[in-house]
Structure formats: structure tokens, C-alpha cells
Write a protein that binds this ligand. Structure first.
Ligand code: ADP
Ligand code: MG
Length: 451
């Protein structure tokens, strides 16, 4: 069994991972009994990492193999230190490079106050080129809140791990200091807190609360755009916290300067500390994320199935997770294990939609026809509403239906800047919620384009 296990990991991991974590493990034949085999790890780093990331998976495979529950024990190879490690985490004594992160203890009462999701940890966050700077910044801030960088500003598109990463900071801080007053708040919630402070004339209470935090995490700050009273309150909170060396962490779907309707004084303050981006993950990283999710959820996922999913789901991590969940549900429903065939079958509809490859030219022509304007108006510089609104709609549709980046879309619309595309997308999203005509037109266009 152990041999087939090794083979499995050799296939499922890249060579570096395999050589670092799995290859050094030794099965201790002298201590083996049938239900709790013993594995020897060469050092604490490997032990802790394997324990958290691979043992659950190995146990699932063992259970399938032997048709009964098997619990692996891990011990240190060095006989002086040899003892079983039971969940105690020594991250602070470990070098940061060797072990990427920590696990979180069972949620304490504090977590509810903080509004953090205990599953969003550094441990469950896969790192690659797309997010390594953001993660490095986040770790420094988590280790030295209020001192390393203030504020930490993380920006990037949807589903790329911003919320996960800032909550990981909050969880880390709380884990190392139970007394810390940490609060995660989505920007929309902050806005509604301001509104209710208005209604109840309770700005004093509002201030007392937000100004007394040790770590304030504000998610999706683009929602502050155009909300002046919120911005004013946040300005005070921000200044008070920063002056007191309390940590402020912000996420946004764009760069501070691109937040439309944001006061200049906030724009400049957001740039005081460290500003880092998260980018869409590349193929191998998407595979790594899938394998990680599978490990966490104790799903046996073959590498070539993971590659298949990752090749076809390119947009963001949330959709990647969605695809995996779909496959899992399909597998449970049919009672078949997860094979390439099963994955293809489970994702059939999803992929059919993607494969219908809606081109940007097609979108421009369809939208122009719908509004009875010339296709050329899509690239023209004309700004009259008769052409500007359909053009914005076409950009928004392009963002929704294609995999193209904002700069690519801007390029296709007569070399416009990506901020123009983002603005169009936001504007149309807003109008779809408030203007029934736009909403109807937009849905009709989606319908036509999707066939
Ligand atoms: P955002 O806030 O940028 O829209 P989220 O943080 O909500 O994105 O991430 C969406 C989902 O994808 C979450 O379930 C999150 O755990 C997962 N996710 C994103 N990036 C990663 C990553 N690098 N490693 C593991 N999971 C990730
Ligand atoms: Mg988010």
C-alpha cells in the first residue's frame, strides 16, 4: 500500500513538492501495527506539513485500500526528539520559508465578534506567481500588525483570493493574541453601519467601536465610491487607527486611483503603506489549488482530472471551486469515483457554454444591431448618449461573456483604456439594478448572444 501511495503522490505533486514532503518519509516497520502504521519524518517542518496536508489524504486512500479505518502516526526521525506531535503548532519557531503558514485552532468566541471565517487561513491558501507578493505582504502584516505596512491594500479581480487572504491575516493575529480586537467588515456593511448611525443618531457609538480596534479589515472598498458620509467617517477611523499604530487592511477590485467617486485624501492615504495585486492564477497554480481543495475536503483527485478542470476553467478560483463541487456532487449522486470521464460528464453543460466562444466582434455587431447604430460607433470617439450607452453595454457584455481582460476589451473598442471598460461595466451593473429598460435590453442581448 505504501508503495502505491508514493506512486500516487509522485504523480499528483510536482517534483519539488514530492521530494520535499513525501520522499523523505519512512515507514517504520519495527513499530507497525495493522491499524496505526508509523511514518518517520526527518524534521519538524516536514512532520507538521505532512500531518496537515497529506495525512488526511493518505488515510482516505488507506481506508479505500484496506476497507477499514487506518490512522497514521507521524514521529520525528531524530531519536532524541522522537515523539508524536499532536496538533501543537510551532510556527513561530520555524523559518518562514520552510513552512508557508499556520493552522487555526478551533474557533474561539472572539471569532464571532471578528466576523472571520476560520477556514480562510494561510495554510489553505495556495501560493504562486499570481499572489506571492500579496501573500508575503499579508504574512508580514499578520506577524507585526501596525508595524510592517500600514495600510495593506490588496487589489485584484473577483474570485482571486482577496477575502481569503485578509481573513487569513485576521485569523493569524487572533491565534497569536486572543485579546486582539480584530474586525472584518465588508464595505457594504460599513456603509450600512454609517446609515444606521445616522438613523439612530449614534455616531458616537459608531466611532467608539471602530476607533478602538487593533486590526480593521475592510473588504471591497470600491463600494465606498460616491458615498460621501461613509468616506468621511472612514477617513476619521483610518487616521485614528493609523496614528495609534493599529493595523488597517483594505481590499478593492481595482487600484486606489481607479475607484470612481473616492475622495482624493482617501486615495492618497490608501497608498501610504503597501499596495499589492492578486492576479489570475496560471494553469499549474490552478491545478495546485484544485489538489489542495481536494486534500482539505478529503477527495481523491487524480492529477490529470485536476489538469482537465484547470485547463477549462480559467477565469478565477471561485469558479474552479464551483467546478470541483459540481464534479463531487455528480460523483456522489452516481456513486462512481472521480475519473476523467466523470469530470467531463459533470462539466458538460458548463463547458458547452464556454465553448460556444462568443467573440467580441460578434458582441459589438449584435449590440449595434439591437440599438440600430453603426458597428463603427463601437470604436468611435463619439460620446453622445445614443452611442455611448450601447457602447458601455457592449463592453459590459464582453466582460461578462468572454475571457478577455479589461485592457483587451478596451483595445477592441477603439483603443480605450481599461479603466473606461471597468467604469462601463460598473455603470451598467448599477443601471441593470435601477433601470428596468437597461435591465431588459441587457438580458435580451445575453439571450441572443448565448443562442
Ligand atoms: P475575492 O475576495 O478576491 O473575490 P475570495 O477570497 O472570495 O476572492 O476567493 C474565492 C474562493 O477561492 C474562496 O473560496 C477562496 O478560498 C478560494 N481561493 C482563492 N484564491 C485561493 C488560493 N490562492 N488558494 C486557495 N484557495 C483560494
Ligand atoms: Mg471578496
Amino acid at each position: 500500500f505504501w508503495y502505491s501511495c508514493l506512486k500516487h503522490f509522485e504523480n499528483a505533486l510536482n517534483a519539488q513538492q514530492f521530494n520535499t514532503w513525501i520522499k523523505p518519509l519512512q515507514l517504520d516497520l519495527s513499530q507497525c501495527n495493522d491499524n496505526s502504521p508509523v511514518l518517520i519524518a526527518p524534521n519538524r517542518f516536514v512532520l507538521q506539513w505532512v500531518k496537515e496536508n497529506f495525512i488526511p489524504h493518505i488515510e482516505v486512500m488507506a481506508q479505500q485500500h484496506f476497507a477499514r479505518e487506518i490512522h497514521f502516526q507521524l514521529i520525528l526521525g531524530n531519536s532524541v526528539e522522537a515523539k508524536t506531535i499532536n496538533g501543537e503548532n510551532n510556527i513561530r519557531n520555524m523559518s518562514e520559508q520552510a513552512i508557508p503558514a499556520v493552522s487555526v485552532k478551533p474557533a474561539s468566541k472572539k471569532k464571532n465578534v471578528s466576523q472571520l471565517n476560520p477556514n480562510f487561513t494561510f495554510d489553505s491558501f495556495v501560493t504562486g506567481k499570481a499572489n506571492q507578493l500579496a501573500r508575503a505582504g499579508a504574512i508580514q502584516v499578520a506577524e507585526r500588525p501596525g508595524i510592517a505596512y500600514n495600510p495593506l491594500f490588496i487589489y485584484g479581480g473577483v474570485g482571486l483570493g482577496k477575502t481569503h487572504l485578509i481573513q487569513a491575516i485576521g485569523n493569524y493575529v487572533l491565534e497569536h493574541n486572543e485579546e486582539a480586537k480584530v474586525r472584518y467588515v465588508h464595505a457594504e456593511k460599513y456603509v450600512s453601519d454609517v446609515v444606521s448611525a445616522y438613523q439612530h443618531k449614534s455616531f458616537d457609538k459608531f466611532k467608539l467601536y471602530y476607533h478602538s480596534l487593533d486590526v480593521l479589515l475592510v473588504d471591497d472598498v470600491q463600494f465606498f465610491g460616491g458615498k460621501n458620509r461613509t468616506q468621511e467617517e472612514f477617513f476619521y477611523a483610518f487616521n485614528t487607527l493609523i496614528e495609534a499604530h493599529k493595523q488597517v487592511i483594505i481590499t478593492c477590485d481595482c487600484y486606489p486611483k481607479e475607484i470612481s467617486g473616492l475622495e482624493e485624501r482617501l486615495v492618497s492615504r490608501f497608498g501610504w503603506g503597501l499596495t499589492v495585486a492578486v492576479e489570475p492564477p496560471e494553469l499549474e497554480m490552478r491545478v495546485a489549488i484544485l489538489l489542495k481543495k481536494a486534500l482539505i475536503d478529503k477527495i481523491v483527485l487524480d492529477e490529470h482530472v485536476a489538469f482537465f478542470i484547470a485547463k477549462h476553467i480559467r477565469s478565477n478560483v471561485r469558479e474552479l471551486e464551483g467546478a470541483l463541487k459540481r464534479i463531487l456532487a455528480y460523483s456522489r449522486f452516481t456513486g462512481h469515483s472521480i475519473t476523467l470521464e466523470l469530470a467531463k460528464e459533470a462539466l458538460k453543460d458548463l463547458l458547452a457554454v464556454q465553448n460556444r466562444q462568443i467573440s467580441i466582434e460578434n458582441i459589438q455587431k449584435t449590440v449595434a444591431d439591437y440599438y440600430k447604430i453603426k458597428v463603427a460607433e463601437m470604436y468611435s470617439k463619439k460620446r453622445t448618449r445614443v452611442v455611448a450607452r450601447p457602447r458601455q453595454i457592449a463592453m459590459a457584455v464582453a466582460k461578462e461573456l468572454t475571457q478577455l481582460s479589461l485592457p483587451d476589451i478596451g483595445e477592441a473598442f477603439g483603443g480605450r483604456d481599461h479603466t473606461t471598460v471597468l467604469h462601463a461595466y460598473r455603470k451598467i451593473t448599477e443601471l441593470r439594478a435601477s433601470d428596468p429598460t437597461i435591465s431588459r435590453d441587457y438580458n435580451a442581448l445575453l439571450h441572443i448572444l448565448r443562442g
